[in-house]
Design a protein around this ligand. Structure first.
Ligand code: CA
Length: 412
């Protein structure tokens, strides 16, 4: 599944398949796919080889990497799965932030302290974040994928629906092999996410670093390369070395939920003036930092103030839940406590058809939810917010069963 932990770097894949909130769970259906004949696939591969050669990839690399490459039906099945449920914040949180993962991450933080300090000195990303990404992406290197990289990418590039994006990824992977970074028979996720960091090939090509100086950028077997590559990617994506990612906060009794959303930034002192406090009740820090308030489980769930570095985590993976998990796991690795907010007893994932109902009912009431795809994207959330505002509900933009009942009860 969206191994939320495993193939995350595939930004486009995430955007296409997950909507803004990321986590996926539950039964998944898959279309059955008729594979091409071997001759048909080989003809396509031959044509691709010509294009790759024109891009400057050596004939030796192309022969080594593409000879014997076959179409992998399973990759297409995985790509076309439509999950029946989207994970709730709490389901995602429990899946990604386990006590076991925290304990192991703390150990690894100690074991690799010297190396991580060197990487931080050069790129400005603190060790706790590098270990948190490592834990979420591959469970600290346990899961780097079992599909032949070139076969998986060639299969997706052959698929007309995915051809443009994955043809580019296949070319990037061949260039990485051509420069001698990795062997041609390397294994990756079904979507071509690579190594301990699960970088997609274009990210690997652009940001991977040979930190141990052996001449190869190896994100499978070299932890110096793994940590430095993560830090380099984050640095180039706008990471600020002197700031953290954000924190859980407590909201005052009467709070204007229309202030929530990543696009609404206020200074910390302005949030303080509106009655927002740290989760333990203490004042917010006085730093002159812009922060946005996000409510991943709606007005009745936990609230977070997030800073610039949170948005940098979103460059790595455009999932709000993933970015919160990275930030929170990083905090746990240095001894901070669990969330103060508690999971409600009625936490329940909406099914895709419930979500489609919400979109349809919003549309019938004059709020443009952007079609009925069953995914709560930004347009749907804006429509929910507008509906909530008109109905006198807390305008948190969050789809849940309570919202669905309200929509149905109002003449839907
Ligand atoms: Ca190296």
């Amino acid at each position: 599944m969206r191994k939320h932990s495993i193939w995350l770097a595939a930004l486009l894949v995430c955007i296409l398949s997950m909507g803004a909130f990321g986590g996926r769970a539950g039964a998944a259906s898959a279309e059955s796919v008729a594979p091409p004949s071997a001759a048909e696939f080989q003809a396509w591969l031959d044509g691709f080889k010509t294009r790759a050669a024109a891009r400057g990839i050596s004939a030796a690399t192309l022969d080594r990497a593409l000879t014997g490459t076959s179409y992998i039906t399973r990759v297409i099945e995985l790509d076309r799965r439509q999950p029946e449920f989207t994970m709730t914040f709490w389901q995602y949180y429990e899946k990604t932030i386990s006590d076991k993962r925290i304990a192991r991450g703390r150990e690894l933080l100690k074991t690799h302290a010297d190396l991580l300090a060197k990487v931080e000195a050069q790129y400005g990303v603190p060790p706790r974040f590098l270990v948190a990404f490592w834990g979420l992406e591959s469970n600290f290197g346990d899961y780097t994928g079992t599909f032949p990289l070139i076969g998986a990418l060639a299969t997706l590039a052959f698929d007309p629906r995915r051809s443009k994006f994955f043809s580019e990824q296949l070319l990037a992977a061949l260039e990485i092999i051509d420069r001698g970074d990795i062997p041609a028979d390397v294994k990756a996720s079904w979507a071509g996410a690579m190594g301990n960091t699960q970088f997609i090939p274009s990210t690997y090509r652009a940001y991977a670093i040979d930190f141990d100086g052996d001449g190869r950028r190896d994100l499978w077997r070299s932890l110096p390369d793994v940590f430095a590559s993560s830090a380099h990617f984050l640095m180039k994506s706008g990471w600020r070395r002197d700031e953290t990612w954000g924190r859980e906060v407590r909201l005052p009794k009467s709070f204007d939920f229309a202030l929530s959303g990543l696009d609404k930034k206020l200074k910390l002192k302005e949030w303080q003036a509106k009655g927002v406090r740290r989760a333990d009740g203490r004042d917010l820090p006085l730093a002159d930092i812009d922060a946005a308030l996000i409510l991943p489980a709606g007005a009745n769930g936990p609230a977070f103030l997030v800073y610039n570095n949170y948005e940098t985590i979103l460059v790595w993976n455009r999932s709000i839940l993933y970015a919160l998990a990275v930030g929170h796991l990083a905090d746990r690795l240095i001894g901070k406590g669990p969330l103060v907010a508690k999971k409600p007893s009625n936490d329940k994932a909406l099914s895709r058809s419930d979500m489609r109902d919400i979109q349809r009912l919003l549309g019938e009431k004059g709020f443009d939810a952007g079609g009925q795809d069953g995914i709560a994207g930004s347009k749907t959330r804006r429509a929910i917010k507008a509906y909530q505002g008109r109905e006198g509900l807390a305008p948190d933009g969050h789809p849940d069963s309570r919202l669905l009942e309200h929509l149905r009860g109002n003449g839907g």
